[in-house]
Unconditional design. Structure first.
Lengths: 152, 945
């Protein structure tokens, strides 16, 4: 599943999330908080790499521009989030893009593995709705307002 | 010259008569030759030719006779001359003047010559012949037969003839005269010789008479002597028949009186202790006289003197002898004895006594046969000495007998000791030869006592010991007693170790030989050797044991042990049997050398109940079996591969009272093993037992370790699985929870904002999430049941399982218009039927789900069978799976396509069920769109059948 929501906002987010319900939840919480961002959503790791390397259906760079930040789930079919992370961080052209792990797993090995592969941040999806909303607001705000991006 | 010499000198011959005749003949013939020459000359001058002719004829005859004479044929020569002259002159007379012819004058001369030359009947015949010739001539003249030729007187011739005849006559006469003179001389000589012979004869007769007289005298002397000798003999015989002094003396006295007619005699013996002489026998002396002179000291009286000086005293007049006691003198006078002969009786330097002979007068004393008397005195001395010392000798003999008996006892004792002593005893002479050996010594070396007689220790020394013996012999000869160890050669050739202690024997400075005691050291040496061997063996055993302890793998251990044992102990064969107590068989585990390998290849074994096996017996009875000679052992089981086995030891290998096996060693000579060998082998067997136990323990530990590692791995896998399970469960259960909570929140907001368009969607999200959650919980429950809750396995036809699963998915199949093909002749499988139906159902589900947009969807089910398992497969022509994800599909909650519903537990469940059945599951697919085939294995029969 690929969702593209272009608003001309300053921040481009690539959301890699296999669970469509979760993806909708994330996108809507970001919208609700009026974070001025464009969200590009892919449903698995394979698609995420295709997107980032701008190949296959993502060959059009204008239509599929490189994101400022990547929100990456870990548990996904085919290629897991950690593998995608590893690939990004070993790629000269992609390693500068901050990768924020956003996952349901709070397992220590997952956290450790993520940082081992140079994840920029590790966030656990809160089960509580309000918390979820707050987190997404802060994430959006942080990456948009506080964080300086290479691409910006 | 030679001829002239011959003419001059007559020949000489050995026979004087022949020489004499030859000389006469020589002179005559020379004369005749000269005469003839003259006559021939004369005849020739007087022209008397007949004479010339006849004489010329006669000359060679005379020369021949001369030659014959020279040759020694004197008689023939003489006869020839006489006959020829007779014939010549007869002829001359016949042809000349007849009887008055001058030739006739030759006849007498001729006869004279013949008389000189010839002898006997030849002379008579010649004389007859001459007379006959003359007679014939006379008769012939008378009768007129003979015609006388008138004699022509020729003076020269006749003169010559007469002169010649005169010469011949003169010569002949000269010889006659010479002969005669010689004969007369001879006669005279003969006469003288005869007279001389007569004188000699007379003298000889006188001498012979003298000799005869001497002979007679000698014979008389001989007679006397032989008589004396006979007397002496008799006396001596008599005397020597007795060893009693009195008896001897009495007999002697008797004999002297009887045989030599001595008027009175007395014998006195000398008592050395008291230095006294006393009469022990007498004859012809009155008793009163004897009483007076019963005993007197040495040196007194004549007898005392004679004995002291050891000289014979002749006393012709007793009355004039001052040394004789006066009383005795008177007494002797009374009985008419006036002379005495005193002979001391001695033997060597011993004074034995005195013999007194009394005579009526000096004449009688001189007439006595002194030599005989002296001889008898000698004999008496001897007899007395015998008598005197016979006692002593008897005593000595007795003493000696006693001493000998004592010695014999001692000797017997010594002999017994020497015979029965355990040690060898030898006596060698100065040359080193054995002169005595005791039985112990001969037995020690296996000889008979006589074998060693004349031998030296060198003859029985073992090889290489000669030098030791030489040194020892040298030491002994220099007087040192020595004790040394050496080796002697037994009769069967082997060397015997001995200790020899020898003492040299001396007599003065002369080395007499050696007495030696020989101790057999064989036992000691053997013990030493055995000890040494045991120590060596123990060392080897320890070395082997070290190696044994270093090796833990029995398969490596036993070959090492047997080969080490075989080589280090130099054994014929070594092998180790291990007991399989389950089936009661002793299997060969290792054997030395090639034979060992062969036995091993044959998987040789012995039943523990085997009666005729030492190995089995050792294992059965748990004791070491030691057989010195297998040929005498009924329990010995010959092995055709080991034909030379002669002795054997089988030692059980025991640990904690349980027999593990048997160590068996064999030798190719009987009596090869000793007690110590058994001990060493026992020790080794103990080590082997420990090693075997160690090895078993080690193997068990290894196995346990392996098992443990497996368990750990399994546990780790399980742990990891569990962890992952927990993790995924928490993650995947949280996921729908977040969805539900999130959309509930959104729903609230939408409701508040009255966003009708979103409410439905929000609610659907919530519903879906709840369903997923329920499904998840269900599947997790199922998964946790697998392995925990199982139905007993049974033999089921695979077709049945397929049919049951097909029924369950029949709806989906028909919806998707999927064709299901099932192979014929599917096998029976031994499985948990319910579970395997679940597996089939899951896989069919899966295939249907991922059929994609296939126009002719179809699923194929089949199975191929191997030995004890079946490989089943389910093939579809759906979407297929990228090879990268072939492993991932079986992971819990792993889903390849999130768009397709499912919890991601199905294949994990399938995998788990197959694994519980000891099977394997895998997927083959060439990639997306190419369909995929799931394979899994199932058992065909119950395990262990």
């Amino acid at each position: 599943m690929i969702t593209r929501k272009v608003t001309g906002a300053l921040l481009r987010i690539l959301l890699v999330e296999d669970n469509p319900a979760h993806a909708e939840l994330i996108i809507r919480s970001l919208e609700d908080h009026k974070v001025p961002s464009d969200i590009y959503h892919v449903s698995d790791g394979e698609l995420a790499l295709d997107y980032l390397y701008q190949r296959g259906q993502f060959i059009d760079a204008e239509q599929w521009p490189l994101p400022h930040v990547i929100l990456l789930d870990i548990r996904m079919p085919k290629i897991s989030g950690l593998e995608v992370l590893k690939e990004i961080k070993t790629s000269d052209s992609l390693r500068h893009i901050p990768v924020v792990i956003l996952t349901t797993s709070d397992a220590k090995q997952d956290v450790a593995k993520a940082y081992y592969h140079y994840a920029n941040s590790y966030l656990v999806k809160p089960v509580d709705f309000t918390e979820f909303m707050n987190l997404m607001e802060e994430v959006g705000f942080y990456w948009l307002n506080w964080n300086h991006h290479k691409l910006l | 010259m030679h001829l002239l010499q011959r003419l001059r000198f007559p020949p000489e011959f050995s026979d004087p008569k022949q020489t004499h005749v030859a000389r006469i003949l020589h002179s005559i013939s020379v004369t005749i030759i000269i005469a003839i020459v003259f006559i021939i000359i004369a005849s020739f001058l007087s022209d008397k030719m007949i004479a010339v002719r006849s004489l010329s004829l006669g000359l060679p005859v005379v020369l021949f006779a001369f030659w014959l004479n020279q040759r020694g044929r004197v008689n023939l020569a003489g006869l020839l001359i006489v006959l020829s002259f007779l014939g010549l002159h007869t002829y001359l007379a016949w042809s000349g003047g007849g009887i008055r012819d001058i030739a006739i004058a030759v006849f007498p001369i001729l006869l004279v010559i013949a008389g000189l030359l010839l002898e006997g009947w030849v002379l008579a015949l010649l004389t007859g012949l001459t007379i006959l010739s003359l007679t014939v001539i006379v008769i012939a003249e008378v009768q007129g037969v003979l015609v006388i030729t008138p004699e022509v007187f020729v003076p020269a011739y006749d003169l010559m003839v007469i002169v010649t005849l005169c010469l011949i006559t003169a010569v002949t006469m000269h010889f006659l005269k010479k002969d005669l003179i010689q004969s007369i001389r001879q006669l005279r000589q003969n006469e003288q010789a005869l007279a001389k012979a007569n004188d000699e004869l007379r003298r000889e007769i006188a001498e012979r008479k003298q000799a005869e007289n001497a002979l007679q005298e000698y014979q008389a002397t001989l007679q006397t002597r032989s008589e004396s000798l006979a007397i002496i003999n008799t006396i001596t015989d008599t005397l020597h028949q007795s060893f009693d002094a009195h008896q001897v003396a009495q007999q002697a006295v008797q004999a002297l009186v009887t045989d030599l007619q001595i008027p009175a005699t007395a014998i006195l013996t000398y008592d050395e202790k008291n230095s006294l002489l006393c009469v022990i026998a007498s004859h012809g002396l009155p008793s009163w006289l004897l009483q007076e002179t019963q005993s007197f000291p040495l040196g007194e009286s004549l007898s005392g003197h004679a004995l002291m000086r050891q000289e014979i005293i002749r006393c012709p007049d007793i009355q004039a002898e001052p040394r004789i006691y006066p009383s005795v003198q008177r007494s002797l006078q009374v009985i008419g004895m006036h002379s005495t002969l005193i002979i001391p009786l001695t033997y060597l330097s011993y004074k034995l006594g005195v013999l007194n002979l009394f005579f009526h007068d000096a004449e009688q004393m001189v007439a006595a046969r002194h030599e005989t008397v002296l001889a008898i005195a000698k004999s008496i001395s001897l007899a007395l000495a015998n008598a005197r010392y016979v006692n002593q000798i008897e005593i000595e003999i007795q003493e000696r007998k006693e001493a000998e008996q004592a010695l014999q006892v001692e000797r017997d004792f010594a002999h017994q000791i020497v015979t029965n002593m355990g040690q060898g005893l030898s006596v060698t002479d100065a040359e080193g030869k054995f002169s005595f050996v005791n039985p112990a010594f001969t037995q020690m070396l296996g000889y008979a006592p006589e074998d060693l007689q004349g031998k030296t220790p060198f003859d029985i020394a073992a090889e290489g010991e000669q030098e030791t013996l030489l040194t020892v012999q040298y030491n002994r000869r220099s007087g040192r007693a020595t004790s040394y160890e050496t080796r002697l050669r037994h009769v069967d050739g082997h060397a015997v170790d001995v200790l020899i202690t020898g003492v040299p024997q001396w007599q003065g400075d002369v080395f007499q030989g050696t007495i030696a005691v020989i101790t057999d050291l064989t036992e000691r040496k053997q013990a030493e050797k055995a000890q040494l061997r045991f120590a060596n063996q123990l060392e080897t055993a320890v070395n082997i044991a070290k190696q044994v302890n270093a090796i833990l793998d029995p398969e490596e251990l036993f070959p090492t042990v047997v080969n080490l044992l075989q080589s280090r102990f130099d054994l014929y064969h070594v092998h180790i049997y291990l007991l399989d107590s389950k089936c009661g068989k002793l299997h060969i585990s290792a054997g030395s050398g090639e034979i060992g390998q062969q036995l091993l290849q044959r998987q040789h074994y012995i039943s523990i109940d085997e009666k005729h096996s030492l190995v089995a017996r050792a294992a059965r009875e748990k004791v070491s079996i030691w057989v010195n000679d297998v040929s005498k052992e009924p329990d010995f089981m010959p092995n055709p591969l080991l034909p030379s086995t002669q002795s054997e030891i089988a030692v059980p290998v025991i640990a904690h009272g349980a027999v593990l096996g048997v160590l068996d060693v064999q030798e190719d000579t009987p009596y090869s093993f000793s007690e110590s060998d058994v001990d060493v082998l026992r020790i080794l067997a103990g080590h082997i037992a420990i090693a075997l136990q160690n090895a078993n323990l080690f193997a068990a530990r290894k196995e346990a370790e392996l098992r443990l590692a497996e368990l750990v791995t399994e546990l780790e896998t399980r742990n990891a699985e569990l962890e992952r399970f927990t993790y995924t469960v928490s993650h995947d259960l949280k996921s729908p929870l977040i969805t539900i909570k999130g959309f509930l929140g959104l729903l609230e907001k939408d409701l508040a904002a009255a966003r009708q368009d979103r409410i439905e969607a929000d609610m659907t999200r919530i519903r879906t999430a709840a369903i997923i959650m329920e499904q998840l919980l269900h599947d997790l429950l199922e998964l946790s049941r697998v392995g925990r809750i199982m139905n007993p396995p049974e033999m089921v036809a695979f077709t049945t399982i397929v049919e049951e699963a097909r029924e369950r998915v029949a709806g989906q199949l028909s919806t998707g218009r999927i064709a299901l093909k099932v192979m014929n002749d599917l096998p029976d499988v031994y499985v948990d039927r319910t579970r395997i139906v679940e597996v089939m159902q899951n896989l069919l589900d899966n295939a249907i789900k991922f059929m994609g947009d296939q126009a002719n969807p179809q699923i194929e089910i089949g199975a191929t069978c191997q030995a004890n398992k079946c490989v089943c497969f389910i093939r579809d022509n759906g979407m297929g799976i990228d090879p990268r994800y072939h492993d991932k599909v079986f992971g819990l909650f792993d889903r390849l396509d999130p768009s397709i519903e499912g919890t991601g537990i199905g294949l994990a469940l399938v995998k788990r069920i197959i694994e519980v059945h000891n099977g394997r599951i895998w997927v083959e697919s060439e990639g997306s769109g190419k369909g995929s085939t799931f394979f899994f294995t199932l058992p065909r029969e119950a395990p262990g059948v």
